[in-house]
Design a protein around this ligand. Structure first.
Ligand code: ACO
Length: 332
């Protein structure tokens, strides 16, 4: 297609979460912790955990179908699918599986890995394809099942994570551009703050040649480092994005942050002088769902009627890498 010079609009969103709910009280039976500690330090009460029969691809497909329905198009209209995940069902990627499940037969599909910044990075990637006229309808999905990779004996990290999927449809439009500004950032020198590392076992193939036959080991995290990083870099990234969009904090209707910790969200809002009522938060119900957290929170807010067409949203994702980014867009 030749759609050169198109703007982008986010016209639909959807989400899905596993049925099983792991409460703070359940966690207190597993490790030395309490509902009170988890709630005050993180704002979390529940998180949803994928059962052995629930896959990342299935959750993604449900979220995607809901987003496509809200956008008022059909799966065959989708040109591109970007699945942001760090926990694919298949190391070769799960985006094509999702394409098959939803019947998006005209789409090309690929995975993108940027931990909890993944959905935001997918949005910014989708924008490039739409603005340069290559594609008109792009489905972006953020999905993770970190419960597969949590060290369930580590109380400092196991209380934080849950599973879920969220999706959005981005469409090319000729009347304006509703993504007002964005920025993406990385700092690999802090890479060891948060990892899900491969650990190799050795397998001798023939004399002198040894292959690695290991697996990934549970999440390791320096919580304090990640906390400090987030409260410093996220407001900075949003301020820069507001500057480029020629907006001030007063122009922002909603703050849509990666749901890592309620205290991080509150600190970011305070630093930006944005009232806490403008924070979109569902952390109490889902915990930190990594790449899914931003679209899960957006979908809930849209379906509750909180976020209305034309509202200005400042979004920011941050996480392992370290990676972070911000985008300011108008909904609908
Ligand atoms: N229950 C009870 N006590 C606990 C628990 C728990 N679940 N976890 C830690 N503690 C203890 C610690 O052992 C420590 O005890 P001590 O003082 O006797 O040593 C005490 O509580 C305080 O620990 P801190 O680590 O200082 O607690 P803090 O207030 O920093 O909260 C937390 C920890 C919630 C992890 C916080 O640092 C945080 O949210 N960091 C950001 C983490 C994050 O966002 N990670 C994901 C990024 S997204 C991604 O890419 C996946």
């Amino acid at each position: 297609m030749n759609n050169m010079g198109a703007g982008i609009a986010i016209t639909g969103c959807g989400s899905a979460a596993p049925e099983a709910i792991l409460t703070n009280y359940h966690l207190a039976q597993m490790v030395e912790t309490s509902d009170e500690w988890i709630k005050t330090r993180t704002g979390m009460s529940n998180r949803h955990i994928a059962s052995p029969t629930e896959s990342l691809s299935q959750l993604s497909a449900v979220a995607a179908k809901n987003a496509i329905a809200m956008a008022g198009i059909s799966a065959t209209d989708i040109d591109l699918i970007i699945l942001a995940t760090s926990t694919p069902d298949d190391m070769f990627g799960s985006a094509c599986k999702v394409q098959g499940l939803i019947g998006a037969t005209n789409a090309v599909a690929f995975d993108l890995t940027a931990a909890c910044s993944g959905f935001l990075f997918a949005l910014i990637n989708a924008t490039q394809f739409i603005r340069n006229g290559v594609y008109r309808n792009v489905l972006i999905i953020g999905a993770d099942v970190l419960s597969r990779w949590v060290d369930w004996s580590d109380r400092a990290s196991c209380v934080l994570f849950g599973d879920g999927a969220g999706a959005a449809v981005c469409q090319g439009i000729s009347d304006g551009d509703r993504l007002l500004s964005y920025g993406m950032y990385s700092n690999g020198s802090q890479n060891d703050s948060l990892n899900l590392n491969y650990q190799s076992d050795c397998q001798a193939l023939v004399d002198g040649i040894i292959a690695q036959q290991g697996t990934y080991h549970p999440i390791t995290m320096n919580g304090k480092e990640v906390y400090r990083f987030a409260v410093a870099r996220v407001p900075e990234a949003i301020e820069k994005a507001m500057f480029h969009a020629n907006l001030t904090a007063n122009d922002i209707d909603w703050l849509l942050l990666h749901q890592a910790n309620q205290r991080i969200m509150d600190a970011v809002a305070k630093r930006l002088k944005i009232p806490s009522e403008k924070i979109l938060s569902n952390i109490a119900e889902y915990g930190n769902t990594s790449a899914a957290s931003i679209p899960l929170a957006l979908d809930a807010a849209v379906r509750e009627g909180k976020v209305k067409p034309g509202d200005t949203i400042a979004a920011s994702g941050f996480g392992a890498g370290l990676t972070w980014g911000a985008a300011i867009f108008q909904w609908g």
